[in-house]
Design a protein around this ligand. Structure first.
Ligand code: SAH
Length: 456
C-alpha cells in the first residue's frame, strides 16, 4: 500500500467504531480514525495526522449515510466537547455501548461465558444532568461568557442552552451571565491566574427540586455577593442554597476545599427510592438520578440480600449504595476517601434511621486491610471505584476476604476488565449490565456480578 500523507483526500468504507465514537477506515490493516463517521458509511475524508500505527482523518462528506445517522439537535454540538454521539440515534448509542463491553470482555479477554445484557437506556435521553459545572471567561471583546469547553481544549464556548442539562440550570446560567456583564464583575483568567469568578456550579435534587448554586472564586473577597444573592433568589425563589467556594489553586480542579454559605441551607436534599440523601457542595453524587435508580436496582438484584449479610460498600461516596442496601442487610460497612462525603454518609444513615451502618474515611485499599484484621467477614462486597479502577492490594485483600459475591460498578469498563482478570482466579464473572448514565456521550457505566467459584 502506498503510504498515506497529511492532506490526502481519501474515500472509504467505515468498518468499526472506537470507544470514543470515531469511525474506522482501514487501508490494508492500517487504521484511520475519523470523528463523526458512523459504521457502514461511505465517506470522503482528509488525512490530518499520520502516525506509525494509525492516522486521523477529518470527515468531509458522507457519500452514503448510515441508518443510524440523525441531525444533532444541539446547535453547539459540532464544536462542544460535552457530547460526542448526538449524530447517532439513541438505539444505536445503546447498541454501541453494549458492543464495546462485548468487545472488551468476550473478544479481548477470556470472559466468553459471561452474559452481557442490553444497555439499560432512558425513555427520554435529554436534560438528565442534575449538576452543571460551567467555566466562566471573557471573549475578545471583553464580554463575559459561560458554557462548556470546546473539544480537547480549554476555550469556552459561550452558550445559552445545553440539551443534557436541567432546564432550570440553563435559565440560571443565562441570568448570572447577564448580571456579571451588567455589573462588570471580575472574571478569572486561566492564563494570567488573575481575576475573581472561575466557575458557576449548579446542583438540583432530582426528586425534591431543591437547588444549590455555587460561585467558585479565586480568593475569598466577593463584595457584590449579597447583591447577587438578592437578585437570584428574587428571580428563582426555588433556590434553596447559595454558596461561595474558594479555589486559589492554579490547577484545573474545579472546586477548592473551603466553602461559605451565602444563602439558605448548606446542603440540599434528594431522594432515591425511599432513601433520603443530604448532599454537600463537594461530595460526589451521581449526576443522572433516574438512571442511578436503575443502576442501583441492578446492583441490589445482583447482591441477592436476605437480611443476614454483612456488606462492604467500597468507594462509597455519600453512602448511596450502602444506604440502599441497609434495609435488607445485617450490617453495611462503607469506605470513602473524601472526608466531607463520609460526613454526609454518616448523617444520611441517621437521617434514614439506620443503626446498622459504619462509615470510615480512608483509602479503600488500606481500610479493607484493617477490616480484615478486625475479623469482619463480608458476604457481599460492592465495589465502585473511579475511572482508574482498583488498586491491586485492594483486589488481593478482597480475594483473601473471600465474599460469596462481588458486585462491581464501573465508569470505565477497560479498567473493570483488567481488575476482573485478577478476580477471575477465585470468581466467575456471571453477568454484566451496561446502564446508560450519560446519553449523547461515549461514557459507559456497567455493573458486574462475580460469584465465588464452588471449590473456593
Ligand atoms: N458509590 C458512590 C461513589 C462512586 S464514585 C456512588 O454511587 O455515588 C467513586 C468514589 O471513589 C468517589 O467518591 C471518590 O472520592 C472515591 N475514591 C477515589 N479513590 C478512592 C480510594 N483510593 N479509596 C476510597 N475511595 C476512593
Amino acid at each position: 500500500m502506498e503510504a498515506l500523507k497529511k492532506n490526502d483526500i481519501k474515500q472509504g468504507h467505515v468498518v468499526d467504531l472506537t470507544h470514543e465514537g470515531h469511525g474506522v477506515v482501514k487501508f490494508d490493516r492500517y487504521p484511520v480514525f475519523i470523528p463523526n463517521a458512523l459504521i457502514n458509511e461511505e465517506i470522503e475524508f482528509k488525512i490530518i495526522k499520520v502516525k506509525k500505527n494509525f492516522a486521523i482523518g477529518k470527515l468531509l462528506e458522507v457519500k452514503q449515510a448510515s441508518e443510524d445517522r440523525v441531525e444533532p439537535p444541539c446547535k453547539y454540538y459540532w464544536k462542544c466537547g460535552g457530547c460526542q454521539l448526538q449524530h447517532m440515534t439513541y438505539e444505536a448509542q445503546l447498541a454501541m455501548k453494549k458492543e464495546q463491553v462485548v468487545n472488551l470482555f468476550h473478544r479481548k479477554a477470556q470472559f466468553n461465558e459471561t452474559l452481557i445484557n442490553d444497555t439499560i437506556g432512558m425513555e427520554d435521553p435529554w436534560r438528565y444532568r442534575n449538576k452543571s459545572q460551567l467555566p466562566i471567561g471573557k471573549d475578545k471583546d471583553n464580554h463575559t461568557i459561560m458554557g462548556y469547553y470546546r473539544q480537547r481544549s480549554h476555550d469556552i464556548i459561550d452558550m445559552d442552552s445545553c440539551l443534557i442539562q436541567d432546564q432550570q440550570h440553563q435559565e440560571i446560567m443565562n441570568h448570572v451571565k447577564q448580571w456579571l456583564n451588567d455589573f462588570n464583575i471580575s472574571i478569572y483568567n486561566e492564563r494570567t491566574k488573575k481575576g475573581l469568578l472561575r466557575h458557576l456550579v449548579i446542583r438540583t435534587g432530582h426528586y425534591t427540586d431543591e437547588m444549590m448554586v455555587i460561585f467558585v472564586t479565586n480568593g475569598s473577597k466577593f463584595k457584590q455577593a449579597q447583591l447577587l444573592v438578592e437578585q437570584l433568589t428574587h428571580t428563582f425563589p426555588n433556590i434553596t442554597s447559595i454558596k461561595q467556594n474558594i479555589n486559589d489553586s492554579h490547577s484545573n480542579v474545579i472546586m477548592g476545599q473551603q466553602s461559605i454559605t451565602l444563602y439558605g441551607k448548606d446542603k440540599i436534599i434528594d431522594s432515591l427510592s425511599d432513601i433520603t440523601f443530604k448532599i454537600s457542595d463537594q461530595s460526589f453524587y451521581q449526576i443522572n438520578s433516574s438512571q442511578t435508580e436503575k443502576l442501583y436496582g441492578k446492583a441490589i438484584e445482583y447482591a441477592q440480600l436476605n437480611g443476614q449479610e454483612t456488606v462492604l460498600d467500597t468507594y462509597c461516596g455519600i453512602g448511596t449504595i450502602g444506604l440502599y442496601m441497609a434495609p435488607v442487610a445485617k450490617h453495611v460497612y462503607g469506605v470513602e476517601v473524601v472526608p466531607s462525603a463520609i460526613k454526609d454518609a454518616k448523617q444520611n444513615a441517621t437521617l434514614n434511621g439506620f443503626d446498622n451502618t459504619t462509615f470510615v474515611c480512608g483509602k479503600a485499599e488500606e481500610v479493607i486491610i484493617e477490616w480484615k484484621q478486625q475479623g469482619i467477614k463480608p458476604d457481599v462486597v460492592m465495589v465502585d471505584p473511579p475511572r482508574k479502577g482498583c488498586d491491586e492490594t485492594f483486589l488481593q485483600t478482597l480475594l483473601a476476604l473471600n465474599p460469596k459475591r462481588i458486585v462491581y460498578i464501573s465508569c470505565n469498563p477497560s479498567t473493570q476488565q483488567r481488575d476482573a482478570q485478577i478476580l477471575a482466579s477465585s470468581y466467575d464473572l456471571k453477568e454484566i449490565t451496561p446502564v446508560d448514565m450519560f446519553p449523547q456521550t461515549t461514557h459507559i457505566e456497567t455493573v458486574a456480578l462475580f460469584e465465588r467459584k464452588e471449590d473456593k
